[in-house]
Design a protein around this ligand. Sequence first.
Ligand SMILES: [Zn+2]
Length: 116
Amino acid sequence: MLQSKYNLRKLELSVKQEIKCPHCHEWTLWRGHIDDRCLYCGEFLEIENFTRSIETKIKREVKKENDFLFVREGDSVFLKKLKTNLRPIRTAVYYLQIGFVIFISALLWLIGIISA
Ligand SMILES: [Zn+2]
């Protein structure tokens, strides 16, 4: 118990490091988190990573909304039900296609082995 506690503390210490703030150019503590702020000016340290993570999050949301099976607020009850029921079917079809490709390539490989 004491051993694991010590290891954790050591890990925490190793992650912490000094970083030069991109905003005020003071040396401040950085723990490797995207939401770490400068001790002097309070700005985000990894501003590039921070914005990028938000960007990918938004992009993911947009992609979800462009999906024709995405349930929208204005959809009727029937349409909502239809969309929720179609989603697992589409996923199943997708995996069936992958399975089919694997099956065919395995078959071709087997034919190659037999004829050789
Ligand atoms: Zn700063």
